[in-house]
Write a protein of this length. Structure first.
Ligand code: ADP
Ligand code: MG
Length: 598
């Protein structure tokens, strides 16, 4: 580990802890030192902060629109009141926990039909659920409400002060739990889905499962908040949990960036104290909602919620905001053609996968794809042999990216067959194809800006044939091999060219059968692209996978590939060794003479 990366962690920790203490401490202290009413408001703010944490999972981390978090809180309160009515002897904390757990099956019921939906469709379903909760609770009321049964707190939580501290403690436990989850593959998957569902699928994650886990966890947390509210107030009313309050909570969460604990605390404080303030100024409290809506729009437009903007500013202040790396000066000198590099390939003990009885790493048979009236691929057949780099070249619009999208499962309606290691993968979804041994990079950068280089690579490692593991040394070796930035650097602070290298490294990391690299050198300076060509040429020998290299730059093709296939208007017009193919007159005319000056 480099010195810089060792030093960065405590700084980053400080960065996180500072704002949390700055917002949280006054809240708790004010609640403790002030009047009983102050304590009451402080407790409610903490409970709403827990609702904020729940939105920080589903919306902040995963980018889903959930408009029913207060509905889950209402159901959580319902369970808590059920305990008070029917099982009043149950331990308090157990009842709170069960109120949260009870939301898991409910959230599954809500989200299962909606998982294939995104954006506004999911929003509509969650809003419909919030309305359903309102109707059901209005008709049936909360348990014990008509008989005057209330939640009684155990003696150690009887006073307002002790209950406030208990809520603060539960907030901390959940926030710490989420911080731990953030460091796991699941946490990284949430942020991958938030950034791009396609990127998450290409990393081998099931987008549906990632969303399900996020929604369920958020429902669990919201259920706990509801139970705590019932315990604070003794009994609750349906008005607290109507869709409008869910909408408000959502707007505040966006405004403050509730995925950060200080953001969630801010959400709680704003949700409670702003209406109080308005009331003391004789302004109708409903106007606060207007303010929250405007704040959410500002947050959405800027792409940053309050807490995120503050952390960004602090990062700049303490210099932890990494500037994009400047690429090292090139070594200079011409690079050897791939054929020459191939001679050195067998030093490495891991070596290329031996050719298994002539089975191709990737075989495409008669592949056709149409977009409306455009025939993007027309009866394309090609093979990528194990241990080789095969280039797929052709002018813009030839269908190269379409081929990558189809092979990797991002285009469903096609005819033809695709086999990996001799097994047909046509019936598989994108993330399942990753597990079957196909990895890809995207023509446009789709790395996940919220993750560090290391987190991104470990996420990519996750699901290839039963979770490949990689030691720190192996990870470093891989990063060095591709000239990637230091592993603790956040991808948002890395320049686009280096991100492409990280993406290529991630595609190789899990040692799949075949890697499809879609113009990996696009945007790289000439010298860097030469170095990348040399690295790509060595991928099969060093790491195992065969490579299908989609490329525009003919020098790179000659340097990296031993085979080339030329595509034009969706048809294969030539194939063979790069030198032969590039001197083919049909190929030259397809390119209209440009770029083929090798
Ligand atoms: P390449 O990667 O070789 O430049 P593409 O695969 O991106 O080519 O495109 C192949 C053809 O398909 C082009 O004519 C392009 O305009 C068309 N095409 C690509 N994507 C779409 C799409 N989503 N909808 C309609 N047409 C598309
Ligand atoms: Mg393309």
């Amino acid at each position: 580990m480099s010195r810089a990366s060792v030093l960065r962690s405590p700084r980053e920790a400080l960065l996180g802890l500072g704002p949390v203490v700055a917002v949280g401490l006054p809240l708790v202290l004010a609640g403790t030192l002030l009047s009983p009413y102050g304590k009451f408001l402080g407790t409610t703010a903490l409970v709403l902060a827990i609702v904020g944490l729940s939105l920080g999972v589903v919306t902040g981390r995963t980018g889903m629109i959930s408009l029913c978090q207060m509905g889950f809180a209402g159901l959580g309160a319902w369970v808590m009141l059920w305990f008070a009515t029917h099982a009043s002897g149950a331990p308090f904390l157990l009842a709170v926990l069960v109120s949260g757990l009870a939301m898991l099956p409910v959230s599954l019921l809500v989200s299962l039909p909606a998982l294939r939906l995104r954006g506004v469709n999911l929003a509509v379903i969650t809003l419909a659920f919030a309305l359903t909760v309102q109707i059901v609770l209005s008709v049936n009321d909360f348990p014990g409400n008509s008989d005057g049964v209330t939640v009684t707190r155990p003696s150690w939580l009887e006073t307002d002060g002790s209950f406030l501290w208990a809520c603060a403690g539960i907030f901390v436990v959940i926030a710490v739990g989420l911080a731990v989850l953030d460091r796991t593959r699941l946490g990284a998957s949430w942020r991958a889905v938030r950034h791009s569902e396609r990127a998450a699928a290409a990393l081998g994650r099931s987008v549906a499962r990632v969303k399900l886990s996020s929604f369920a966890l958020s429902a669990f947390i919201a259920g706990i908040a509801g139970a705590l509210l019932a315990a604070q107030l003794g009994s609750v009313e349906i008005e607290t949990f109507v869709p409008l309050t869910s909408l408000t909570a959502f707007a505040i969460a966006i405004m403050v960036a509730a995925q950060y604990p200080e953001g969630a605390l801010l959400a709680g404080a704003l949700g409670v104290f702003l209406p109080e303030l308005f009331q003391s100024w004789n302004i109708p409290q409903d106007y606060t909602n207007l303010l929250f809506a405007v704040g959410a729009i500002v947050g959405l437009k800027g792409g940053l919620g309050g807490a995120e903007a503050i952390r960004d500013g602090l990062r700049r202040l303490i210099g932890a905001n990494e500037r994009p790396l400047l690429l090292d000066a090139p070594d200079g000198g011409a690079i050897a053609p791939a054929a020459a590099v191939a001679a050195d390939r067998h030093d490495d003990p891991r070596g290329p996968a031996p050719a298994k009885d002539g089975t191709a790493a990737l075989e495409i048979r008669g592949l056709s794809v149409t977009y409306g009236s455009v025939k993007a691929l027309d009866d394309v057949s090609l093979r990528v042999e194990p241990g080789t780099v095969t280039a797929l070249i052709g002018p813009n619009g030839a269908g190269k990216s379409t081929l990558v999208d189809t092979v990797t499962g991002f285009i469903r309606g096609y005819s033809g067959e695709i086999l990996v290691d001799g097994h047909a993968i046509d019936g598989l979804l994108a993330h399942q194809r990753v597990r079957a041994g196909v990895r890809r990079s995207f023509q446009q950068d789709r790395t996940i800006p919220d993750l560090t280089v290391e987190q991104y690579l470990r996420l990519a490692l996750g699901s290839h044939r039963g979770s490949a593991r990689m030691s720190a040394a192996e990870l470093q070796e891989l990063l060095d091999f591709f000239d990637c930035p230091p592993q603790h650097r956040r991808l948002s602070g890395v320049d686009v060219a280096s991100r492409r290298l990280v993406e290529a490294a991630a595609a190789v990391a899990a040692r799949p059968s075949v890697v499809l690299l879609d113009e990996p050198a696009a945007g790289l300076p000439a010298a860097e692209s030469e170095r990348l060509a040399a690295s790509i040429a060595q991928i099969p020998a060093r790491f195992g996978p065969a490579v299908l290299l989609i490329e525009h730059d003919m020098e790179l093709v000659v340097a990296a590939a031993t085979q080339a296939v030329v595509l034009d208007f969706g048809k294969v017009i030539a194939s063979g060794s790069p030198a032969t193919v590039l001197s083919d007159s049909v190929v030259v005319s397809a390119y209209l003479g440009d770029e083929v000056s090798v």
